[in-house]
Design a protein around this ligand. Sequence first.
Ligand SMILES: O=C([O-])[C@@H](O)[C@@H](O)[C@H](O)[C@@H](O)C(=O)[O-]
Ligand SMILES: [Mg+2]
Length: 424
Amino acid sequence: MVRTSERIAAVTVTPVAFRDYPLLNTVGVHEPYALRTIVEITTESGVSGLGETYGGTVHLERLRRAADALTGMDVWSLNDLIARTSRALGGDTGGGDGMSGMVTGSSTVDRVMSPFDVACLDIQGKLVGRPVSDLLGGAVRDSVPYSAYLFYKWAGHPGQEDDDWGPALDPAGLVEQARRMIGTYGFTSIKLKGGVFPPDEEIAAIRALREAFPELPLRLDPNAAWSTETSLRVARELDGVLQYLEDPTEGIGGMAAVARSTSTPLATNMCVVSFDDLAPAVSEGAVGIVLSDHHFWGGLRRCGQLAAICETFGLGLSMHSNSHLGVSLAAMTHLAAATPRLTYACDTHWPWKRPDEDVVDPAPLRFSEGRLAVPTAPGLGVELDRDALARLHRQYLDCGLRDRDDTGYMRRFEPSFPTETPRW
Ligand SMILES: O=C([O-])[C@@H](O)[C@@H](O)[C@H](O)[C@@H](O)C(=O)[O-]
Ligand SMILES: [Mg+2]
């Protein structure tokens, strides 16, 4: 048996921007462009692979430092990727999470190595002629369910024409948004991004969604905007209505206090965001479901390790999302397909992206009945469109945004927009 290595010859790191909608959350509102970074690794034998991650300045600078350290690395060695990334970062940690302050505390090394891990897997798959899901243990489902991700939103960005989704600022607007999203994609579960309006308004919105979609599981995620008391009141009022309540309040201690007094399952992508958080979360009984995300858990294989830990401790597993393009969607889909424990529909911001803006040919990424078929071509199964990459990079250069700042953008229109937590 011949053991061959496949060494990295070049890594390119390209920031891109795509148009975004004025989606509201507890820290503010999405700006007119979402920022991402596309990494492309090419090996000495000319095989290339793709990864996608956040696009903020601190993260981008770290990606570039890590990229420089990867030349000569064997694409089969995850251990070397971890070692090289840590050495390149040289203890530079904290900040630069690219999530407008909503997900802090994830591991910097894990965040930075993630897109390179995905790109190496893409290459490995191409080398052996198998899809990435096979490299992760094999697909246990041939399609992955995603949920309808509803947002309160303005009619359009201030100073611009109304966008094609129009406003959603009350229960009726959200039900209309859900009808359109479900009509287009066929989603069979619904998540509402909350923490925007006083809790009673969001309870009313969930009730309206329950009435309009009696069969569909519902989730509410206020991104820790509530106190323990408010969280418990909402949980009581929506008892039996929610599939899970996501990050009602802040921190492992706060979530544990809520968990002790409600039978509503609690999920998180805010208080358990790194391997260091797992032991305290388990010992305090803070959460029932961890929302994994390969972008900050260190890539696809590290998410497999997370799944094993969740299984050991009886925790459920689902998947978190931020604004993203097709490389991430393909990676999320392979990971979800190869994770037996991931039994909830995954989050995706996919509907909040114009279909004509991506860096890959979108053909393999078509939803049917709320599910995405797991790509079967070697690697991730998506091909880079170099003209589109150049266009979205040009858009990044021209748009002037360099860091996601939902609060700063909101304050341009509502100068007294609050930042104290909990808001309610
Ligand atoms: O895109 C948003 O506004 C979301 O609030 C996102 O930033 C969160 O990270 C995320 O979707 C969540 O589930 O918390
Ligand atoms: Mg969340």
